[in-house]
Design a protein around this ligand. Structure first.
Ligand code: COA
Length: 292
């Protein structure tokens, strides 16, 4: 699909997401997922289902790892089987849903999937923006500010890569080019994209917030701190800076997704330290012969 067509498809998917709020998805985390890696478009297959001229479901298969993300209008539970049949044709074997998506979970069991309970899982956390949001503070010499223009793309991509490249693992694939694509994506707003620089000018931490104006809900995606600058309050400061702006722009609530299992407590602990509380979790289902 050409880039313009891809963008229109994402907007259709986001329109459903906005209409179905609250759900597992937010228009912002979808934009992040779609644009964070440039040149990997061939690694995804997407499909839309329409009824009465309206999008009522989308499905997104990640080909290299055989996983499926999706959103289904609860008014059309009959489409669950069709979506799973489409996914089977991609060769995928693992499907993640929010725990209350009962029609989808019943369909997964009908199609032979079993719940995967041994591995990591993600939870959703939220907070009201009517509750106090302290003024952000950073240690002496550090600087906190929102992004000003695309000139900041290189610094933003660099801090993201530093935070998300695991020791001994492959480097994050977020590049200056892909970050520019994020900055041009709807509904990105630079005043909601905050970052911290260290005394020597190195970008050290960041938090990107996306706002769904219609539903007055902000989402954090992503948040990260360079390992050389952790536990200094930098992520918290970037989060608070971005959330205070989101509140000034009309957001009433904020949410974020984080690992819920005890093997990865840092992100959850960071969000809880700035007032977020867990309210839901994802569940992953796999075919009998598969591991996610
Ligand atoms: C999660 C992450 C962003 C935290 O960044 P940070 O700048 O170190 O966080 P802060 O210094 O603001 O931490 C604030 C509080 O969160 C909690 N916290 C943060 N990291 C923690 C950890 N490893 N273990 C336990 N609690 C932790 C603490 O309560 C901390 O306050 P304290 O240091 O006074 O005890 C950082 O570890 C990171 O980039 N991880 C990799 C990327 C990632 O997982 N991002 C989040 C998912 S999108």
């Amino acid at each position: 699909m050409d880039p313009g067509g891809e963008r229109l498809m994402l907007r259709d998917m986001q329109e459903l997401t906005r209409r179905l709020w609250p759900s597992r998805w937010h228009i912002g985390d979808m934009a992040w997922m779609w644009f964070q890696h440039t040149g990997r478009e061939s690694e995804r297959r997407t499909a839309l289902w329409e009824r009465g001229g309206q999008t009522v479901a989308w499905a997104w298969a990640n080909l290299p790892n055989g996983t499926l993300d999706l959103q289904l209008d609860p008014a059309h539970p009959e489409l669950a089987d069709e979506i799973l049949a489409w996914f089977a044709e991609t060769g995928g074997q693992s499907v993640t849903v929010l725990e209350d998506e009962t029609a989808m979970i019943e369909a997964l069991r009908r199609h032979g999937y079993r719940e995967w309970t041994e591995g990591p899982f993600f939870i959703h956390l939220s907070r009201s923006l009517a509750d106090p949001l302290p003024e952000p503070a950073v240690p002496g010499g550090y600087t906190l500010r929102p992004v000003r223009s695309e000139d900041d793309a290189e610094a933003r991509a660099a801090v993201h890569r530093a935070a998300f490249t695991l020791p001994g693992g492959p480097p994050s694939r977020v590049t200056t080019e892909s970050y520019r694509a994020i900055m041009r994506a709807w509904p990105y707003r630079s005043e909601l994209d905050w970052f911290v620089t260290a005394p020597d000018g190195t970008p050290a931490a960041s938090c990107l917030v996306w706002l769904d104006e219609r539903n007055k809900i902000a989402i954090l995606e992503p948040v990260g701190t360079d390992p050389g600058h952790r536990r200094l309050g930098l992520a918290s400061a970037a989060i608070l800076g971005a959330l205070r702006t989101a509140r000034d722009l009309g957001a009433e609530n904020a949410r974020v997704c984080a690992r819920g299992d005890d093997a990865y407590p840092s992100a959850r602990a960071t969000y809880m330290s700035v007032g977020f509380r867990p309210y839901a979790r994802n569940r992953t289902f796999v075919l009998p012969e598969a591991t996610p």
